[in-house]
Ligand binder design. Structure first.
Ligand code: ADP
Ligand code: MG
Length: 340
């Protein structure tokens, strides 16, 4: 039974990037204004995410709860965020299925240290692979939560070996995803550091939580910002696209599309079709470089489904073709040869 759970969990926590993403989303959902991601050995040894959010209240310490349904006693994932799936349309939090922490428990050693504003002290809780609480003790902590995930994938020897072998690659993807959250988070300070061997901890990312423009400057530097044009497209039916794209002829300086960030109502997502469109239009008028893009698609929450893949990175836009046309027109104007 435990192994079935592990197979399922593998779908939510695919890699280092999704592990860190889920933890950061939990911090954002908890209203944190400061989030620190501390890695050991690029995450291969440990991942620790600390925030100054609401903390976990004692009735939410468990990651599973027992429920009775028609077929008898079942284990369900615990979430404090959504009790009724009909709420899904009006969803404003990142999490809603309560799968991330339980998946992490089955794939790693997990403990949390947390304190709400009602608590007099912090509490440290460790979980076993089944997601059950194995120890609970008081410990000093400001209001907020620290989740520590050690030895990710160690219960799956083959995946674990592969993880350690490819940890640098997984690490780069994780950074790209963290950068996306850092770019779009206007009121959140985000820090990511890494510790390798006995050397000192190095800072990989540090933002102050300013405007998207300010966040671009802090992450990529003023020179990168100078190569971007603002974009602001309004489309019918309350649709709009806002952000920045590479100026004609001044690509990202990179031979890959790793500097393209898409958001839907501020939620970082993969929009491969839009990325492809952007690359094609850019290349037809420009160099062999890939353009950089930081684009937020805004639309009514009723006009998309997030629940398409477990990692919630892909979604279904009901008005995809309007967005495609809008972006094609705007980029066509921007990248037309007459602009040179
Ligand atoms: P979900 O986010 O879908 O609810 P998770 O497994 O990611 O599911 O988290 C389970 C629950 O643990 C959350 O609903 C929340 O109550 C609590 N939680 C997890 N991380 C934090 C955090 N950083 N701060 C406050 N509460 C948290
Ligand atoms: Mg979550």
């Amino acid at each position: 039974k435990a192994s079935i759970h592990r197979i399922c969990s593998g779908q939510v926590i695919l890699d280092l990037a999704t592990a860190v993403k889920e933890l950061v989303e939990n911090s954002l959902d908890a209203g944190a204004t400061s989030i620190e991601v501390k890695l050991k050995e690029h995450g291969g040894d440990a991942i620790e995410v600390s925030d100054n959010g609401s903390g976990v209240s004692s009735d939410n310490y468990q990651v599973f709860f027992l429920s009775l349904d028609l077929f008898g006693l079942t284990l369900k994932y615990h979430t404090s965020k959504l009790s009724d799936f009909s709420d899904l349309q009006s969803l404003t939090s990142f999490g809603f299925r309560g799968e991330a922490l339980s998946s992490l428990c089955s794939l790693a050693d997990v403990s949390i240290l947390t304190r709400t504003k009602e608590d007099e002290t912090g509490t440290r809780i460790s979980y076993n692979r089944a997601g059950l609480i194995v120890s609970k003790e008081t410990a000093a902590r400001q209001v907020g939560t620290t989740v520590t995930v050690s030895k990710l994938f160690s219960p799956l020897p083959v995946r674990h070996k592969e993880f350690l072998r490819n940890v640098r690659r997984e690490y780069s993807r994780m950074i790209a995803i963290l950068q996306a959250y850092a770019l779009i988070s206007k009121n959140v300070r985000l820090v990511c550091t890494n510790l390798v061997g006995k050397s000192s901890r190095s800072t990989i990312l540090r933002t102050q939580g300013g405007s998207v423009r300010e966040n671009i400057v802090t992450i990529f530097g003023p020179k990168t910002m100078a190569c971007l044009d603002p974009m602001d497209i309004s489309l019918p039916e309350d649709l709009s696209i806002e952000g920045f794209v590479s100026k004609p002829g001044s690509g990202s300086g990179r031979g890959s599309s790793d500097r393209q960030f898409f958001f839907v109502n501020g939620r970082p997502v993969d929009l491969p079709k839009f990325s492809k469109l952007l690359n094609e239009l850019y290349k037809s008028f420009n160099s062999q470089q890939y353009p950089m893009a930081v684009l937020n698609f805004r639309l009514p929450t009723t006009a998309y489904d997030v629940n398409v893949t477990p990692d919630k990175r892909k979604l279904f836009l009901h008005s995809e073709s309007s967005f495609m046309d809008g972006l094609r027109n705007a980029l066509g104007n921007l990248y037309a040869p007459s602009k040179y």
